[in-house]
Design a protein around this ligand. Structure first.
Ligand code: UDP
Length: 461
């Protein structure tokens, strides 16, 4: 046995006493109990932080508007008809009354309604804990049945004044089902995340709510736009492929494209003759709003591509990728093999071929039995190219997709989702390639806004 000093022996004895004696075991139990109690407090604290933040924010809004809220309480106590309630479904499906002002039906009342002042009393619901600043959308009884499993999750949080789904809808980003956004919110809920949603809610309020019902065809600055959602576009493409309805050209139009079409008659004609012209980006959404031609959804090639690939997976339809740098086209094809291995690739060709090689490229596409040809040369070159060669390409649909291959190959990273949601993808592109993009975005956006403004106030009158 190795030599042990008295000190070490003493320590060992103490240790054994702590672990095996009646008193030692008791102490251990108490310590474990306090430890778990500590965690319970931490979890409770984290849960209640949201509540504390809600209360602080509500007070921050209510204190400066004290006279309005004092009037509310007096009117409420006197059961004045101006104070109304509406039945809502809250957390865990518990129903509550949401308060609002019944505003007079005159110009002043309309103005207050427009700036949403009638909803000021909702702060009382937040103080009471019926609602939160951020949460799933507020619904009325019967609107979203908790009996459906997928929907049930949304009721685990208090409904919010601002919700993720509404922001996506306002930003015109493809927003899928509401319960999917709700579940995403519930799963990733955090105070930091809530602040992010709150900040994103500001531009969303500016853009206004998205529209569900709008004419199928609208015109913005002389360009006919097919007012489809992402899912409607995919359905349109699949139908075209099924029914063999000749060859179709699809173009995506953003604010920059509108500027180009303004200068270039040939491009404007291509857009006018295309089978489908889709509105891409927040510029067109705002223009649509301003010109009273509301756009249903932002349908851009980059977001459409994976969804279309999913729809084509397992079908015999073949796609051809044309354009971008050789490494980008290679990157997209490996991306496709990884994510959509069942999509049939008829062929691919980078976009830096010599003019004398063009005829060969066209022959190769024509003999490849392609159904959908994606052309990524950038607008308007890709759209003019498709227009010029469409009858020789022997494809059912040809789509101009801009920088899509650069994004999916990972050559150029795409703006984070939160930036896309608030319509600021262009700022990210400007930040990535300032020398190439400053003219397009800084000068271009000003020119675009000026044209929209002119159209609204001068042409129309
Ligand atoms: N490109 C090409 N051949 C050329 C010039 C450009 O294939 O001769 C490609 C380029 O590599 C890029 C795309 O065209 O992938 C243009 O991207 P951009 O972001 O400018 O297009 P946008 O989406 O803005 O129309």
């Amino acid at each position: 046995m190795p030599y042990q000093s008295d000190h070490e022996k003493e320590r060992l004895k103490k240790n054994l006493y702590r672990r095996f004696s009646q008193h030692g075991l008791m102490r251990l139990k108490v310590r474990r109990f306090l430890y778990s109690l500590g965690w319970i407090f931490v979890i409770q604290f984290l849960q209640s932080t949201k509540r504390i933040v809600d209360i602080l924010f509500a007070l921050l809004i209510m204190v400066p508007l004290f006279p309005i809220y004092a009037a509310f309480f007096i009117a409420y106590a006197m059961r004045h008809p101006m104070i109304r309630t509406i039945r809502r479904v809250g957390r865990w499906c518990v129903e509550f009354d949401e308060y609002y002002w019944e505003l007079p039906q005159n110009q002043f009342g309309d103005f207050l309604r427009q700036i949403k002042l009638y909803r000021l009393p909702v702060m009382i619901n937040i103080l009471k804990g019926d609602m939160s600043f951020v949460g799933p959308r507020l619904v009325s009884p019967g609107e979203m049945s908790p009996r459906e499993k997928a929907i049930r999750k949304r009721y685990s949080a208090a409904p919010g004044l601002i919700c993720l789904w509404q922001i996506r809808k306002a930003g015109n980003v493809h927003y899928g089902h509401e319960h999917e956004s709700d579940a995403e919110y519930i799963d990733n809920q955090s105070i930091r995340g809530d602040f992010g949603i709150l900040l994103r809610g500001i531009p969303a309020m500016l853009y206004g709510e998205g529209v569900d019902v709008a004419p199928d065809l609208i015109t913005i600055l002389n360009i006919p736009i097919n007012n489809l959602t992402m899912m409607e576009t995919i359905a349109w493409i699949l139908e075209r492929l099924e029914k063999n309805q000749g060859t179709s050209q699809i173009c995506f139009v953003n604010a920059d494209c509108v500027n180009i079409a303004y200068r270039q008659q040939e491009y404007l004609e291509v857009l006018n003759d295309s089978s489908l012209v889709l509105a891409d980006g927040i510029g067109l959404k705002l223009a649509g709003k301003f010109l009273q031609q509301q756009i249903k959804q932002n349908v851009n090639g980059t977001d459409l591509f994976p969804r279309l690939c999913e729809a084509l997976s397992g079908t015999p339809k073949r796609i051809y990728l044309l354009g971008a740098r050789p490494e980008a086209i290679e990157g997209v094809s490996s991306w496709l093999r990884k994510h959509y291995p069942q999509v049939m690739i008829a062929g691919m060709q980078h976009g830096y071929f010599k003019p004398e090689e063009e005829a060969g490229v066209i022959r190769e596409i024509a003999s490849s039995q392609t159904d959908i040809l994606f052309v990524a040369f950038g607008a308007p070159r890709q759209d003019l190219w498709i227009r010029k060669h469409l009858k020789f390409l022997n494809v059912k649909i040809a789509v101009g997709v801009g920088g899509l291959f650069d994004f999916y190959s990972g050559r150029i990273p795409r703006a984070p989702l939160w930036m896309r949601e608030i319509g600021l993808e262009w700022i990210y592109r400007l930040y990535q390639e300032p020398l190439r993009m400053w003219k397009r975005y800084i000068l271009g956006n000003v020119a675009f806004l000026y044209r929209v403004f002119k159209e609204r106030f001068f042409r129309r009158s």
